[in-house]
Ligand binder design. Structure first.
Ligand code: 5AD
Ligand code: SF4
Length: 440
């Protein structure tokens, strides 16, 4: 038998790319590939790229340039670019960097085996179509291989919202939901392989409307089906849009014990003028009212958000409105970014904010968010929480897991095994994590 070929995948960007990379690795496993942690001994290198912010394409070109030496030493080495930069740049990638053998957009991963075969025969292959079929059904799963206790599961992809700053509707395409039975089968398979917590993924996950036995299902209905899966202990979902926060989903946060008290609900900005120009179709006020309703259903829920500062035409007054909104909501965690122009999006054409001013606003916003984040984390001290243990800690006998609220928790002298969900009393709060002790 010949030695297995080695595959090196480097993943950039969001959790969906992490999920996609796993599935690409599994599907290429069927072609005799095993994963390697370094490009040096790889027979195929895949860069799974992200196009959401900053000079994404430039970074990919410079990364590719670094493989020149490897390719010269090993002419059979195949180099591929996947993900949203592949979708956005297409053929341009091969023109600019001739060492690239294959370019595959996010909707074509199930065609990778054929593409690999063609590349193996010396062809250059490009596939950035948006085919009709469900790629996830066609992507192979590795038979019953054991896995860690947490997993991502894509339920919905693409977006029809067209926020004026965002490339997702162009790179990932129109909003599509997977049928519920396939998701349930995948969840059951993950649980059989040791998974205890599943995070449902979608660019607009709460717009989920996949086919069910009696017509389309909402995300909350899908969550209630997953709630019935024995052995699955925790359910999370990300990322949501405020306008798709349906009543049944809000209610599920109060009534579904497996649904964790954590919600990532980006608002992007606090000024109605800017929200309108962003094409967000909600106001600061409607967002705040929504958070109130969610907190009425689940008072302890941890709210997480995304923010963009320095969006075209943002004044100091507009920025103040963002700070005011943050003060009012009180975020447990947040991601904040300086606006970066994405070619082809409506906002790219507009008058840009002075970059120094944007840097200054970002710093001020981050200082506030960091303070809030720390306050929320510190408020966990003294509480008894569920912790799902994921790995060993740095010290002998120490274990690390995640609380219901997604904080990292360290426990010393811990007899829990990886995959155990135990009750933990939180005793202290550090820079980026909590420390606790097992209750039982
Ligand atoms: N510039 C800065 N941030 C952006 N995001 C999306 N597009 C841009 C952009 N052009 C941020 C948004 C989104 C998160 C995933 O990335 O906050 O919610
Ligand atoms: Fe992008 Fe999210 Fe807006 Fe869709 S809802 S366009 S993914 S920021």
């Amino acid at each position: 038998m010949s030695a297995p070929k080695k595959l090196y995948i480097k993943t950039y960007g969001c959790q969906m790319n992490v999920y996609d990379s796993e599935r690409m690795a599994e599907t290429l496993g069927g072609q005799g590939y095993v994963e390697t942690k370094t490009p040096d001994d790889a027979d195929m290198i895949l860069l799974n790229t992200c196009h959401i912010r900053e000079k994404a394409a430039e970074k990919v070109y410079s990364e590719l340039g670094r493989f020149k030496g490897l390719k010269a030493e090993k002419p059979d080495l195949k180099i591929g670019v996947a993900g949203c930069v592949a979708q956005a740049e297409g053929e341009e990638i091969m023109r600019r960097q001739p060492l690239v053998d294959l370019v595959v957009g996010p909707q074509s991963y199930h065609r990778l085996p054929e593409m690999e075969a063609k590349a193996g025969a010396g062809e250059k292959v490009l596939d950035t179509d948006f085919p009709e079929e469900d790629k996830f059904e066609k992507l192979k799963r590795r038979a019953k291989a054991k896995r860690g206790p947490t997993a991502f599961l894509t339920v919905q992809e693409g977006c029809d919202k067209f926020c004026a700053f965002c490339v997702v509707p162009y790179t990932r395409g129109a909003e599509v939901s997977r049928p519920a039975d396939r998701i349930l089968r995948e969840a059951e398979d993950l649980v059989e392989r040791g998974v205890r917590e599943i995070t449902l993924l979608g660019q607009n996950v709460n717009a989920y409307h996949g086919a069910g036995p009696n017509g389309d299902m909402t995300l909350a209905q899908l969550i209630w089906e997953l709630d019935k899966v024995d052995g699955l202990e925790r359910i999370r979902f990300t990322t949501s849009h405020p306008n798709d926060m349906m009543d049944d989903l809000i209610e599920a946060h109060g009534t579904c014990a497996k649904l964790m008290p954590y919600l990532h609900l980006p608002v992007q900005a606090g000024s109605d003028k800017i929200l309108k120009r962003m094409n967000r179709s909600h106001t600061a006020e409607s967002y705040i009212r929504l958070i109130e309703r969610i907190r009425a259903a689940r008072p302890d829920i941890l709210i997480s958000g995304d923010f963009i500062v320095g969006f075209p035409e943002e004044t100091e007054e507009d920025f103040q409105a963002t700070l005011d909104l943050v003060e009012e909501v009180k975020y447990g965690t947040a991601y904040s970014f300086k606006y970066s122009t994405r070619p082809g999006t409506p906002a790219a054409e507009r008058a840009q904010v002075d970059p120094k001013e944007a840097d200054d606003r970002l710093q001020r916003l981050q200082a506030l968010l960091t303070r809030q984040q720390r306050e929320v984390q510190d408020s966990m001290v003294g509480r008894e929480l569920g912790v799902l243990f994921e790995k060993k800690g740095r010290f002998p006998g120490q274990m690390v897991g995640k609380s219901d609220y997604l904080h990292a928790v360290h426990v010393a002298d811990c007899d829990a095994e990886i995959g155990d969900l135990r009750r933990v009393r939180i005793v202290s709060s550090g820079a980026n994590s909590l420390a606790g002790e097992l209750i039982t």
